[in-house]
Design a protein around this ligand. Structure first.
Ligand code: 6GU
Length: 262
């Protein structure tokens, strides 16, 4: 374990009935940021606020229907405690952004990750079962920014895997988390395009040669080729990105490659 370097860039509180699910955040790149204190990670067991001998956190939905919902009582107690502990550490005026992973949320994108990387304090409430009683979001939404976020158009068994995704995508954008070896600006989604294909040695593998442009040393031509490949790949795999004005590559992306040849 490394000694803390200074004030954390981001405090992250995760509330869940499966605290062990968040263990991967202690590994690899994000684990290093946590160990160095760049990310101040706190994982809380919702079950501590459960009701009765069974520490129940769920109940049947009003109005009927399949499955169980997470009841508001345990969530209110847990979130009040997390907010109090965070303010004790960060100051009485600190404002958490509350993220609720949900297939019914707005889509979590690279843009949203960049926004979250700047907020200073994230509290992530992981729902299980059919979700969380809506009044929890209404209640905290009167005091704090509340963001129901979906990581894609499919259904998970709970919010924990999505919380891993949100924390990893956000934390790697914090200053000092990526080393020189990892680059931000060039990668997929940072410029509204998928990344171009990439190759390393050997120059020929199983009879397959690396595209000759990459071994020729003409850097302007290489930049042009990569840009064309990124556009072609995006058109094939993700035409929705080219149609989306929020995702469309900006002027900066055009300038330093000379733009696509048409
Ligand atoms: Cl954020 N949560 C759950 N439970 N399912 C999802 C999701 C989130 N995003 C896509 N599916």
């Amino acid at each position: 374990m490394t000694a803390p370097e200074g004030a954390p860039e981001l405090r992250v509180d995760v509330v869940t009935v499966f605290p062990e699910y968040l263990a991967p955040l202690r590994l690899s790149l994000i684990g290093r940021a946590v160990a160095r204190g760049v990310v101040d990670l706190h994982v809380h067991d919702l079950r501590r606020h459960g009701v009765g001998v069974h520490r129940a956190v769920d109940d049947a939905p009003f109005g009927g229907g399949p499955g169980m919902l997470m009841a508001p009582g345990p969530w209110g107690d847990a979130l009040d405690e997390v907010v109090a502990a965070g303010r004790a550490a960060l100051g009485p005026a600190a404002t958490p952004h509350l993220v609720f992973p949900s297939p019914a949320g707005r889509l979590f994108t690279q843009r949203r990750a960049r926004e979250l990387a700047a907020v200073g304090w994230l509290v992530i409430g992981c729902g299980r079962y059919e979700g969380i009683d809506e009044r929890v979001l209404d209640e905290y939404g009167e005091r704090f920014p509340v963001l129901p976020l979906s990581i894609g158009d499919y259904v998970l068994a709970g919010g924990e895997a999505a919380a891993l995704v949100v924390v990893e995508a956000t934390a790697r954008l914090l200053p000092g988390v990526l080393g020189n070896a990892e680059s931000l600006a060039e990668e997929s989604h940072e410029r509204g395009l998928l990344e171009h294909p990439a190759y390393t040695r050997p120059a020929v593998w199983r009879g397959r040669a690396v595209p000759e442009v990459l071994t020729g040393g003409d850097h302007a031509r290489i930049a042009r080729w990569r840009r064309e490949q990124a556009l072609r790949r995006t058109a094939e795999r993700r035409p929705d990105l080219l149609a989306d004005p929020e995702q469309r590559p900006g002027p900066a992306a055009r300038e330093d490659t000379g733009g696509p040849r048409r």
